[in-house]
Design a protein around this ligand. Sequence first.
Ligand SMILES: Nc1ncnc2c1ncn2[C@@H]1O[C@H](COP(=O)(O)OP(=O)(O)OP(=O)(O)O)[C@@H](O)[C@H]1O
Ligand SMILES: [Mg+2]
Length: 250
Amino acid sequence: MIELKEVSKSFQSTKALSGINLIIEQGERIALIGPSGSGKTTLLKLLNAQHIATDGSLKVNNIEVAKLSPKQLRIFRSDIAYIPQDLGLVPSLKVYQNVLLGKIGRFRTLSMLRKILLPSKAELTAVHEILERVGIPEKLYDTTSTLSGGQQQRVAVARALFQQPHTILADEPVSAVDPARAKSLIKLLDQISTENNLTVVMSIHNIHLAQQYFPRVVGLRQGILKIDSTDPTESELEPLFDLAHTEEIG
Ligand SMILES: Nc1ncnc2c1ncn2[C@@H]1O[C@H](COP(=O)(O)OP(=O)(O)OP(=O)(O)O)[C@@H](O)[C@H]1O
Ligand SMILES: [Mg+2]
């Protein structure tokens, strides 16, 4: 369970988030919406302790994140997968190597290097199984940069799964311009979340997709939580419309 109480985050003079109260139960799927600059990425980065709150309390499974030592923080982060807006893949590496990098937080650097350069048969089998689940097993040995954008998204999801996290945070990967691709990513995460009781929080620019595919929608505006609803109405969503990013889905 993730619990935020009166959480605020400032960057110098910019108040990115103010007084956020939110409880997320294990296994929930949440769409995080709001106009550009409303604080979505900041909130996701707080949830895996890439940022530390300026004020308030953030507990994950009853652990107060601000009180963790650097070593505890590393362990804490290794249980939460984060898919950044740009996917964060290394384009020149093979697909299986990018997937193996999901465990980077769990091993020492040297042992991680060994795994990536000389993976064991068991490790390769495990990666292959995960690639099967995300629908691209045939890409195991391909160079990541040769994959299509949608396939690279799947590699990023595979890497997240390989991490064996309790939570996946996804900062809507570049698909603001491609609703079809966003849709297929959402469906994949939906299936994976159901199979493994994983919590999924995904920032998404397209309000229609959020409404259609997520059981719960959380909406931010100017760093303030404006909506937290399992059935948001059009009039609630209206102020969170971001015309630059929202397209109709056919
Ligand atoms: N590292 C930082 N340093 C200074 N200001 C920041 C930093 N990160 C975010 N901000 C500011 O915090 C506010 C919220 O930014 P954030 O990136 O969370 O928005 P967002 O909702 O993810 O926007 P987008 O939809 O464009 O990705 C913005 O005003 C932004 O300029
Ligand atoms: Mg963002």
